[in-house]
Design a protein around this ligand. Sequence first.
Ligand code: PEP
Ligand code: MN
Length: 361
Amino acid sequence: MLVVMQAHASEEQVRAVCEKIDAAGLRAHPIPGAERTAIGITGNRGEVEIGLEEMPGVAEVIRVTKPYKLVSRDVKQENTVVHFPGSPASIGGPELAIIAGPCAVESREQTFAIAERVHRAGAQFFRGGAYKPRTSPYSFQGLGEEGLRILAEVRERWGMRVVTEAIDNESLELVEEYADVIQIGARNMQNFSLLKRAGRAKKPVLLKRGMAATLEEFLMAAEYVMCEGNYNVILCERGVRTFADHTRNTLDLSVVPAVHRLSHLPIVVDPSHGTGKRNKVTPLSRAAVAVGCDGLIVEVHNDPDRALSDGMQSLYPEQFDELMSEVRQIAAVVRRELPYQLAQNRRVLGTPDAPATAAAR
Ligand code: PEP
Ligand code: MN
């Protein structure tokens, strides 16, 4: 159910409706919009008959027919933009979010070498796994908390916000403490206890699409996070398993406009896991931006041949520079912006001066 408040409804009226919902043993989720506030109700089975229509400030009470509620555009028409305290970076706004870095944090030296390059190329977010969900128990499993400490140093030094994966409730505690965005991987998209724990976290969640998840299952997973009270969810398309064997997964770019139609949440695209092949990462990054994604998450390594995971799909830093320059041109066509590169790059490339916000980075 969804309570739509009148445009001029006061804060007290919104609060009174929320209190009535909570008192009935349900949960109220007030969602302020540009013109009016809507209040999503969860925890109910069927109609909610508690006289909400009669309350002051209420315009109407409508039944949400889709299985997901808080994720839906019916509940919130405006796009969700995820902001980061102390940073001009955002996800879901006019600027494309560029998240880049290695598959795994392997050492301080490796991580810093990559961070320096992707920051210089214009990434506002740094990725790197400290906890790695590997197919083989004998493969490198990540540095754990030491890896998180290295990521925190990257944020300190370059100002990039840090995205890293939590693989279980235990690692989520630490990831929440050190990182700016909690990544939930494809293998855990339907780990409902982990989703609920992420929903109680105070940091945004980047939710990757499961390997064989339909769009509805993907959105329902996001609903798990949101109904616990965490509304900062970023969806991520990373390819699904099909019969095709020329790529590791099949990157489903059609899901981007489908998500934008059904949901207000931002969606970023991961062409690295989506293809598994370095030579396909830049072409599919171009396509992802053309199709209207809100950002890219790309694996970059300073020495991919010796990478401890996903070397085959990791770009060399120079290739990432080229990707940024190509994507910048396509972004303009779909009226999106890319972050400006640092001063030394601007001089070399002869691009215009950065706007004040970006220059502060
Ligand atoms: C990753 O981002 O390194 C990763 C393991 O991704 P996914 O969950 O999409 O396989
Ligand atoms: Mn990887």
